[in-house]
Ligand binder design. Structure first.
Ligand SMILES: C[S@@+](CC[C@H](N)C(=O)[O-])C[C@H]1O[C@@H](n2cnc3c(N)ncnc32)[C@H](O)[C@@H]1O
Length: 378
């Protein structure tokens, strides 16, 4: 495949972030963008694929389509997978794994379909060379993705490798850290432009703060990542990859005017946030204090609060309704003219805030259905 040849890709994401992902992909020049369930498909050349991996904040991984076919039985699936030239995708000395997403009455046993696919690939090599690449589930060189809907099968290769939420700056977490992709998506759903203060009052390990700073400063989401799967592709273009990184890095702002602040009531967790902020080299731009939000005020200032209070899934011991009531009271008293966004997976607790949301977004944190709620404070 030449660098300019257009390919089909699927970028995966979390439920609720599809539109933001589509707009990010449009911005880097992707074509034929289609919003799917927890994913966005698009067309692009190698440059677009490299940029999607490096610059798109709300993608979990970028899959490049190998082929599409119909298979009405597992034998047909095997034959069609086996007939592909796998030399183009996997080196005999490399390891591989099969990821699967299957919605099908024909291929009901998804594990079996994945096994057939794995055998078909391994047999392709054994027949030709009497030797085959090994399977490595945990840390494969090449991840092959099998997607089946009814009898329609799509095979793709993962260009990212490790999921893109692994940004490379998180060295510690609190008990309930937000996924980095979700945190970036949350910030991007807010009115974050033209603000003087950005405040996460219950910042935990600092994910929202770091993702926000990176957005404000144009720091690419994968800036601190060391490795992507496409670097092991046969057509890996080192010059092009370096050019893309240099161009993106030229756009990084050295200074920003918005003040980014976080607080957390737990001294140890506040320390973890500080460590992650240092690791992300953002110490100059983010201040974290070990404080109880319920005793804070930013009077005469105007800004944006974005926070993810405990919602009692992983932090069970708190009196959650009281905390939400007091959070609402603190917002009303201490933050006049601010905007605030609360991200929570506890709809009953949220009712205690005592404010009417002016906007609501449905999102998922893992399996937990959550809402991002906007409250305008007067
Ligand atoms: C769900 S966690 C936040 C996770 C964070 N978004 C992250 O990615 O790590 C909620 C945090 O709120 C903090 N917290 C609870 N009550 C607080 C209060 N009154 N003031 C400040 N922080 C509080 C907890 O210590 C905890 O770290």
């Amino acid at each position: 495949m030449s660098d300019k040849e257009p390919c089909l890709f699927t970028a995966k994401t979390f439920h609720g972030l599809e539109k933001i992902l589509a707009s990010e992909l449009k911005k880097i020049g992707a074509g034929n963008i289609k919003i799917l369930k927890r994913a966005v498909s698009f067309e692009g050349d190698t440059e677009i694929m490299y940029r999607a991996n490096y610059e798109v904040r709300t993608a979990l991984n970028i899959l490049q389509k190998i082929t599409e076919f119909t298979a009405n039985s597992s034998d047909e699936l095997y034959e069609k997978v086996n007939s592909l030239n796998w030399n183009d995708y996997i080196d005999i000395n490399e390891t591989f794994s099969i990821d699967k997403t299957i919605h099908s009455n024909i291929h009901k046993h998804s594990q079996f379909a994945a096994l057939k696919t794995k055998d078909a690939i391994a047999d392709f090599f054994t027949k030709k060379y009497d030797k085959r690449p090994s399977v490595n589930i945990k840390n494969p060189d090449k991840k092959i993705n099998l997607h089946i809907n009814g009898n329609k099968c799509t095979l793709s290769i993962d260009t990212s490798g490790d999921a893109l939420f692994k940004r490379g700056y998180r060295i510690g977490t609190g008990p309930a850290p937000l996924n980095e992709v979700l945190a970036a998506g949350i910030v991007m759903l807010t009115d974050y432009k033209n603000i003087d203060y950005f405040y996460d009052p219950m910042c935990g390990s600092g994910t929202i703060l770091i993702e926000a700073a990176r957005i404000f400063m144009n720091i690419p989401p994968a800036y601190s990542r060391k490795y992507f799967a496409f670097q092991k592709f046969k057509n890996y273009n080192y010059q092009l990859w370096n050019k893309i990184k240099r161009e993106a890095e030229k756009k990084i702002k050295k200074e920003i005017t918005v003040k980014i602040i976080g607080t957390d009531i737990d001294e140890e967790i506040a320390k973890i946030a500080k460590k992650n902020i240092s690791e992300a080299r953002l110490r100059k731009h983010i201040t974290v204090l070990n404080r109880d939000f319920l005793n804070t005020k930013f009077e005469n200032k105007k800004g944006l609060i974005v926070t993810n209070p405990p919602y009692n899934e992983r932090l069970k011991s708190l009196n959650i309704n009281k905390l939400y009531k007091e959070t609402g009271d603190t917002l009303k008293k201490g933050y006049k003219n601010w905007s605030s966004y609360i991200f929570s997976g506890n709809p009953d607790a949220v009712k205690n805030i005592g404010l009417k949301p002016s906007q609501k977004f449905q999102l998922f944190n893992g399996k937990i259905e959550c809402r991002l709620l906007k409250y305008d404070l007067y």
